[in-house]
Design a protein around this ligand. Structure first.
Ligand SMILES: [Zn+2]
Length: 1016
């Protein structure tokens, strides 16, 4: 899945932590009868699922921290590196053994003698325990429990407490995860949607195999009204069965009096009816207005992560893979799409047509199933053995060429890069008019927002960059995610980290003119900003509730995941090692499910990657501090954790593949030195060192006062002494160190001194983004001094057509900043462009990358806001519509702000899919941020009705609304509001992140306001 708003809003930090004590759990899954005061009825027999069940995620948290593991890692890596002539630096083993948290800790020993009082207490305690034991031993074969006297049975595990089904019977399963005793083989789905009354009926036939003897089948179903259920074992006759439902966990179950035996095959057939969903998940209804002004309805699906169960009863966990045969009925003027090509169409007696699709030729997880009923039209092309098509509403067909061309190129690239052919005969890419995520990788039927798939003739390269990036991401998923799937959501990064990494990697090869390198660089900076918080989480982390599953769709899974893959790739010798490793992994696990260990084990066959455990099993990342004593350079590492209050520090150090360049050789890849850092001292006769060459490593570097001064001096003499990625990395790092409290803001300003000679987009946009954050924090004061430093750059910008993507990025950021600060030259130019545009009846073209700036300036005037408002209703092209919407939401007229927010929530004039964008835009404005915060508090229940608790949309909304607060009063308000929500969201990681960010802002302002006042 692509999260999309990450493309358009500055998004960084998100949280974790309080979730474990789980207000989401309606009741304990397992209760120890000896401790519980209520005698619950129990379901007598336990099957192997309950005895053997071990959440896979729990294993990940303790992995890789043992002494042996670490030593083996180091030896392997070191010997391999030596073979390649890499310079491993001398490490002090004495230091390592005393300080490394990797080293298994000896149990604490007491050196002092126990006091007499302690001795007396201990003796008394032992006497009591001994007496109790004897009493229990001599009782007549009985232990006391709340349920009365029961026979002792030392081998019987604790029995679970089963919940009550909707019909009052005991529901035979007490856990969130399904039992493994039954596995689906194939599904036959028949769906009959009625787009007039927004309901549907369906029949699901599931062929299953019994893996362990059991007396029950447990699967998922949500909001489905089961009307008939039959069951058949092997060749026995079909019987009616009763389906039990436990709504809080969205589970269905069938109980049997006789055991189903391991190895048997059986068939469960369920008929049901349901309502098409009004949110953005499950089988949901959507609509759009066609060019004649008529409202057209359609139905589409979004099943990831937990919503296939809303469309059909199924084993809705990623590891229950099966094949699917899908039939859908429709009116004759509609068409249907599903994962596979259509096999046949049959006219039904009721006048409807039933389309039947081929059975999927691959086993797939339920979250990848998809179907659409609509009036879309396609354009198509054959690529290798696959028919690639792009579908849109008929009037936007002319906007589909770019997507078809890009998807075709990328499909060819991936086919050859992975050395595994895309396995299906067709690949559809469909633009859905109302769609929340950026896109969804359903196998063979990828769904998109219109903005992420359709490109107008006049589109700017930046718009093409968005479309190409999303297509590249979703196509990579056809291998990473669809062919090889994570076993459970705790390892979502195996899908999303890889797809994100591959999207940048493939585009740099296939469409280098889109210049996605800068985009990936800024993505890595934002991932660090989030991961520096205590509320962050490890890449592979425990996930136990639906809300925690939703929260996994965040920048740690996507962007940190991609960043550590880049770090791994760039630390390997040669370009092909990484590729060989992932081909090995894809081939080994094709069609199967994996966890993080499987990936590292697979890659280790090609190259030593055991060091990667330290990056996936603990949150955060290291700060590497460089200190020099003459020619001796000493490097140390520590956890870069911004807040120390209640902090849970990462337990370990990281195995960092450190890279560096120096003043004698700093630009070409050959200049780069690589070594593995734990603690190092080495000799180096140089003027300056720059670590983390091109910022491909996931760490921050502090050079000490002298080190920074030497780098600033070098840059002031010749800006090109470092690559532009290295310059951007210095800027990001110095701001981060200032936030960390390690350097003063004066030192930040010292680094920015060289800025007037900067010509590249990445360093300037990073500096602007950082300064803009501070600017917003300064209580919305007009501080024109902030942009003064950038004025040289700003004044050199032109307003005409600009072809290069990086130049467009640069001027769009600079002019955006200048105009938002009401720089006279900037606003005048923007106003005049808008006037020309309106006077020419919208035939005059504003360059695509400037539209946002021009519209936003126009929206500040009463008359032009009204013009934009009518344009918004008229314009069909989604990318332009979004820019107009952002302009409408950037007004300082509070009456209008309220209108925009309300319209976004209602979803008639403005689609609700755009509400997170509206809120983040309103929050950036000087007039709107308090309004937005009130709006969120007042409408919280409606928001979580539209967007699930924990989802990326909710994460964005919380972050936008709170990240600019920096006072105790606001902190108290935010804390009070979220804690009042209880199960409606108080446990979200993003709430922790919001509170942490406000505290950080508060601290930063206290420390730096005097300098800012003096300097700006
Ligand atoms: Zn994805």
């Amino acid at each position: 899945m692509d999260l999309f708003d990450s493309h358009s809003t500055e998004h960084a930090n998100l949280p974790r932590n309080m979730i474990e004590n789980s207000m989401f759990e309606e009741e304990p899954d397992v209760v120890d009868l000896a401790k519980d005061s209520t005698a619950f009825p129990t379901f007598p027999a336990l099957d192997p699922d309950e005895v053997a069940y071990e959440p896979r995620s729990s294993r990940l948290l303790v992995r890789g921290l043992g002494e042996n593991d670490m030593d083996e890692d180091e030896e392997d890596c070191e010997s391999s590196a030596r073979l390649l002539g890499m310079s491993f630096m001398n490490r002090s083993s004495a230091h390592r053994s005393s300080s490394s948290p990797y080293t298994r800790q000896a149990p604490p020993r007491s050196c002092s003698r126990p006091s007499a009082r302690t001795m007396v207490v201990c003796v008394l305690f032992l006497v009591i325990v001994a007496s109790m034991t004897m009493v229990l031993y001599f009782l007549p074969g009985c232990t006391f429990t709340k349920a009365g006297c029961r026979k002792p049975n030392k081998t019987t595990p604790v029995e679970p407490i089963y919940p009550i089904s909707t019909n009052g019977e005991l529901f035979p399963w007490a856990q969130l995860r399904l039992p493994y005793s039954i596995h689906p083989i194939s599904y036959d789905l028949t769906l009959n949607p009625n787009l007039d009354d927004m309901t549907f009926t369906g029949q699901t036939v599931i062929n299953m195999t019994v893996l362990h003897n059991t007396k029950r089948i447990v699967l998922h179903g949500a909001n489905l009204n089961i009307t008939k259920a039959t069951f058949k074992v092997g060749l026995k006759e079909v019987k009616d069965v009763t389906v039990l439902e436990y709504k809080p966990r969205q589970q269905l179950a069938v109980k049997f009096s006789e055991e189903l035996k391991a190895g048997q095959y059986c068939v469960l057939t369920l008929d049901y009816s349901a309502t098409l969903s009004h949110t953005y998940d499950g089988f949901y209804n959507s609509s759009y207005t066609d060019k004649d002004g008529n409202r057209r309805v359609l139905a589409a699906t979004q099943f990831e992560p937990l919503y296939a169960r809303k469309a059909f009863p199924c084993f809705d966990e990623p590891s229950f893979k099966a094949t699917f045969l899908i039939k859908i009925s429709r009116k004759q003027d509609y068409m249907t799409l599903s994962n596979m090509p259509k096999a046949k169409s049959t006219l039904l007696p009721n006048g409807l047509v039933q389309d039947e699709f081929e059975r999927t030729s691959v086993k797939m997880s339920t979250y990848l199933v998809a179907f659409i009923v609509s009036n879309f039209t396609p354009i198509s092309k054959n690529v290798s053995n696959t028919l690639v098509s792009v579908y849109s509403v008929p009037e936007k067909k002319e906007h589909t060429d770019y997507a078809l061309d890009t998807a075709s190129k990328l499909l060819e690239f991936y086919n050859s890069f992975f050395e595994i052919e895309y396995p299906l005969k067709k690949l559809d890419l469909v633009a859905i008019p109302d769609f929340l995520a950026g896109a969804m990788e359903n196998w063979g039927l990828i769904t998109f927002r219109e903005t992420t798939l359709l490109v107008g003739k006049e589109s700017s390269p930046l718009e093409k960059q968005v479309v190409a990036s999303v297509i590249a991401h979703e196509l990579a998923h056809q291998w990473f995610g669809n062919l090889v799937t994570m076993s459970w959501w705790n390892d979502l990064w195996l899908n999303e980290g890889f797809a994100t990494y591959m999207q940048y990697m493939s585009l740099q090869t296939v469409l280098p003119q889109l210049d996605t390198g800068n985009l990936f660089l800024s993505v890595r900076f934002r991932a660090m900003d989030k991961d520096a918080l205590n509320s962050s989480h490890s890449v592979s982390t425990e996930v136990n509730t639906p809300e925690q599953v939703e929260e996994m769709f965040d920048s740690v899974s996507y962007e940190k995941g991609a960043s550590i893959l880049l770090m791994l790739n760039t630390s390997l010798p040669g370009d092909q090692q990484f590729r060989k490793g992932i081909i090995e992994y894809l081939k080994e696990f094709s069609g199967a499910n994996t966890d993080t260990d499987d990936l590292w084990n697979s890659l280790t066959k090609v190259w030593c990657v055991k060091m990667m455990n330290s990056w996936t099993s603990q949150k955060g990342f290291p700060l590497v501090t460089v200190s020099r004593n003459g020619d001796e350079v000493n490097l140390t590492q520590e956890h870069f954790l911004l807040t120390s209050e209640n902090a849970t520090h990462a337990s370990s150090l990281w195995n960092i593949p450190v890279t560096y360049v120096n003043d004698s050789c700093s630009l070409a890849p050959e200049c780069r030195q690589v070594f593995n850092l734990k603690t190092n001292t080495f000799l180096c006769v140089v003027k300056w060192l720059k670590l983390n060459y091109r910022n491909t490593g996931f760490y921050i570097v502090h050079y000490g006062n002298e080190g920074w001064a030497a780098l600033i001096d070098a840059l002031s003499k010749n800006v090109s002494v470092l690559t532009h990625e290295d310059r951007a990395s210095l800027i990001h790092n110095i701001f981060a160190l200032s936030r960390f409290g390690r350097v003063s803001f004066q030192q930040v300003l010292n680094v920015l001194e060289y800025m007037p000679s900067e010509t590249e987009s990445a360093p300037v946009t990073e500096a602007l983004l950082q300064l803009n954050r501070i600017y917003r924090l300064l209580d919305k004061r007009q501080e024109s001094g902030l942009v003064a430093r950038m004025r040289v750059l700003y004044s050199s910008q032109t307003w005409g057509e600009e072809k290069s993507v990086s130049k467009q990025e640069l001027r769009s950021s600079l002019l955006g900043m200048a105009c938002s600060m009401k720089e006279e030259n900037c606003t005048q130019q923007a106003k005049s462009l808008f006037k020309q545009y309106v006077d020419s009846n919208e035939t005059f073209r504003i360059p695509g990358d400037l539209q946002h700036v021009v519209f936003s300036v126009a929206a500040q005037s009463d008359k032009d806001w009204t013009t934009l408002h009518s344009m918004y209703e008229r314009v069909a092209y989604d990318a332009e519509k979004r820019k107009i919407l952002q302009a409408l939401a950037s007004t300082e007229d509070t009456r209008r702000l309220v209108w925009v927010l309300k319209a976004g929530l209602e979803g008639d004039i403005i689609q609700t899919q755009d509400l997170p964008l509206i809120i983040s835009t309103v929050c950036n404005g000087f007039a709107g941020y308090l309004f937005a915060w009130d709006f969120i508090q007042e409408n919280w229940d409606r928001l979580i009705e539209k967007f699930p608790v924990g989802s990326f949309a909710i994460q964005t909304i919380i972050k936008s609304a709170t990240s600019q607060f920096s006072t105790q009063a606001h902190l108290n308000q935010v804390q009070a509001f979220f804690s009042s929500l209880k199960e409606r969201g108080s446990q979200m990681r993003s709430v922790q992140e919001a509170l942490e960010t406000i505290r950080l802002n508060q601290r930063w302002m206290d420390e730096n306001l005097p300098t800012l006042r003096k300097r700006l």
